[in-house]
Design a protein around this ligand. Sequence first.
Ligand code: SF4
Length: 248
Amino acid sequence: MNAQQHKPSLSVETIEWTPESLKQASAKLEGSSPEAILRWGFENFAPSIVLATGFGPEGIVLMHLVSQIRPETIVFYLDTDLLFSQTYELRDELVGRLGIRFERVHSGISLPEQAFRHGDTLWAHDPDTCCQIRKVIPQRQFLANYSAWITAIRRDQTAFRANTGLVEWDYANKMVKFNPLAGWTSEQVWDHIHTNNLPYNPLHDYGYPSIGCWTCTKSVAAGADPRSGRWAGQSKDECGIHLPTIKK
Ligand code: SF4
């Protein structure tokens, strides 16, 4: 498998990236700083590389680093029409503070249209389909224009994420995926935010350690699993954008 075959806009001419060569590259990068991983990613894939954010604290750290290393990088977010108002306000603050170039990725399907097709509150009776419509498919279509993407996931967030590589082949999107903060802890993330006086979603200070759509996010008790407020009461802990295969 070859990234260049899938995405002809890839800027590197000689390296043929395969899942195996990416594993080797990830092993060599192990122990490197997120800055060094990002620089390596930009050297090999710019301009065909984008940063994804859901406006969590990890994404703030990456936006801060990217604004210093390659400020012209496009940062995209999935606008489900169901984000908290505080999230939209944080987006606008980041434009002013860090000069981020945001790209809004949207399903093209309004909430009334979704309700007409699937019934009201699809997120309550079939959250997988709702995430598929409002997140997974729009993201897949957007990423088809690029060779690599950068995510903010960390290994200690969920059992599924425990084996995340610093760089790896994304089988679902058929492209390269960077996870520069995979080896960081939540404490390191917050240290970086406070040390650099970066903005963050104020809901984090009110019992919301992980924030998604307001319809599927609840506050959690102190000391609880930080992601237990996402899809609480349902057997779901990933929206699907980081799963290795795409549901049909
Ligand atoms: S998080 Fe909830 S509301 Fe948002 S897209 Fe997924 S199921 Fe729908």
